[in-house]
Design a protein around this ligand. Structure first.
Ligand code: ADP
Ligand code: ASP
Ligand code: MG
Length: 469
């Protein structure tokens, strides 16, 4: 029998009815395949946990109680509609009550200490998946399949200690996962594993970055040497642009790992940016499928781009929640190592730079970073560089911008793509703040004011006839 990892995102497990549907899909396909399930938190729960963790830090104990009550209620409701057998409902509810009890203690602790470290934040957000997985497990068991529930840590996923954005220690992980899940699969048991969360070598809970259940799925896929990884979500697959922004978006039936990774990095939320790393090395195909329309074929991601779809531009994405950081200083001109100093400060302070652009005059570096770390970036740069003999004279920022990324493997060597893109933007009378094109030529990205972003996405989508592919 072929082995498949099936990952269900938060959008596919939003309610108890949806979880039932998930169990139906798993039951249906388990006649054909040996399935391991990876599950995200119920839609909205991870955001809620992050929010309450911050409020707990400010000592709002009453709010903590309100939120934990609300979460308990939400998951209990899901249990009732996902699972029919009363004894099983009771069993799962007990598990959920215990987990919510633990969450309440953790949050109360944060209230008293008044501190939220990346480590404790990971611990708090891990509760989303810890709460959803037992319900999915119960719903699958309700269908009379043999199944067992694991946290990422119990399944054997070991990561570095980069809390909030950890990466797996792949060899160690492969060994443990094979040892723990392998024999179960052989026996026909369906493991249900929490996505997103793992543990470092000291057993401390880590998370692998927002949207990380995709990554969990591909890590497990490689560890278990599966035939395919299926990512079930709420849209038909990877599309020419976000279908929630542009209704004429069309499905891309096939993409290469490189193209899909490029799209993931540049905002197609449909996939975690690092998720394709493990599977592309092992050549394991990934399918993106619609949990609400399992009859649709979805997007298949493999090594090669399809030969007959050589259109240069395949997709356009918009990345919100970013900010533009400008570092200016006449003293940077012609001074070897001046850029290195700027990036050294950012690197040492764990600030990831998503996009860079400079001019030959060298008096300015513009960068795009995540908006939520903007103030940290500015203060670190100011402390380190403004005082030190004036290499940098000014650090400015714009936090109301968005990146537009235009992508496609065959943009490489196709003349006139950039001019067509920028002419489209110019026609709208919109100002471009910054431009970057990687040497891979898989994408051209540029920065505009956020208020103009959707209009531009729509215009480019139309200009390159993506609505007709
Ligand atoms: P899940 O909960 O299944 O992980 P996500 O919200 O992480 O779901 O990702 C799916 C969402 O990604 C879709 O609902 C869609 O709005 C968004 N999205 C953005 N760009 C694209 C794209 N190019 N193709 C498909 N979906 C996209
Ligand atoms: N629940 C996590 C998040 O919201 C992981 C995921 O959904 O993939 O980021
Ligand atoms: Mg996701």
């Amino acid at each position: 029998m072929k082995k498949i990892i099936m990952k269900f995102g938060g959008t596919s497990v939003g309610t108890g009815e949806n979880i039932r549907q998930v169990a139906d899909i798993v039951t249906q396909y388990s006649k054909e395949y040996r399935i391991s399930v990876v599950v995200s938190a119920l839609a909205g729960v991870t955001n809620k946990l992050l929010e309450v963790a911050c409020q707990a830090k400010n000592g709002d104990e009453k709010l903590v109680k309100n939120v934990t009550d609300e979460l308990l209620q939400k998951h209990r409701e899901a249990v009732v509609s996902a699972i029919t057998g009363k004894p099983l409902q009771k069993e799962v509810n007990q598990i959920i009550e215990e987990i919510v009890g633990e969450l309440e203690k953790v949050l109360t602790g944060i209230c008293y200490v008044g501190e939220l470290t990346p480590k404790s934040k990971d611990y708090v957000v891990s509760f989303g998946e810890r709460l959803s997985a037992p319900i999915v497990w119960g719903a699958i068991r309700d269908h009379k399949l043999e199944t067992q529930c694991f946290t990422g840590k119990e399944a054997g996923i070991v990561t570095d200690s980069n809390f909030g954005d950890a990466d797996p220690l792949m060899n160690f992980t492969m060994h443990l996962v094979r040892e723990r899940l392998g024999p179960l699969l052989e026996k026909g048991v369906t493991p249900v594993v929490t996505g997103f969360i793992a543990a470092d070598q000291n057993g401390i809970v880590t998370t692998v970055g927002r949207g990380g259940s995709d990554y969990t799925a591909t890590i497990l896929g490689v560890a278990l040497e599966v035939d395919e990884v299926w990512i079930w979500t709420d849209v038909d697959g990877i599309m020419t642009t976000d279908p929630k922004l542009v209704s004429t978006a069309k499905l891309l039936p096939q993409l290469s790992y490189q193209e899909a990774a490029e799209m993931a990095i540049f905002g197609a939320k449909a996939m975690h940016p690092r998720a394709l790393g493990p599977v592309s090395k092992e050549n394991i195909p990934v399918r993106i499928r619609n949990a609400f329309h399992p009859e649709n074929p979805g997007t298949l991601i493999t090594k090669e781009p399809v030969a007959d779809a050589k259109q240069a531009v395949k997709a356009v994405a918009m990345i919100k929640d970013v900010a533009m950081l400008n570092v200016n200083g006449a003293a940077m001109v012609g001074a070897p190592g001046s850029y290195a100093k700027v990036f050294d400060v950012l690197g040492k302070n764990n600030i990831n730079v998503m996009m860079i652009s400079t001019a030959v005059s060298e008096a300015n570096i513009s960068m795009i970073i995540k908006r939520n770390i903007l103030s940290r970036a500015i203060s670190n740069l100011e402390i380190a560089l403004l005082e030190r003999g004036g290499l940098v004279s000014e650090v400015t920022a714009e936090d109301d911008v968005a990146v537009i990324a235009v992508m496609g493997a065959y943009m490489k060597g196709t003349l006139g793509i950039a001019s067509k893109i920028f002419a489209t933007v110019a026609k709208k009378g919109i100002n471009i703040r910054m431009i970057a094109q990687g040497s891979s030529e898989l994408n051209i990205s540029f920065v505009v004011k956020e208020k103009d972003a959707i209009e531009i996405v729509k215009a480019i989508h139309e200009e390159f006839n993506l609505d007709k592919t």
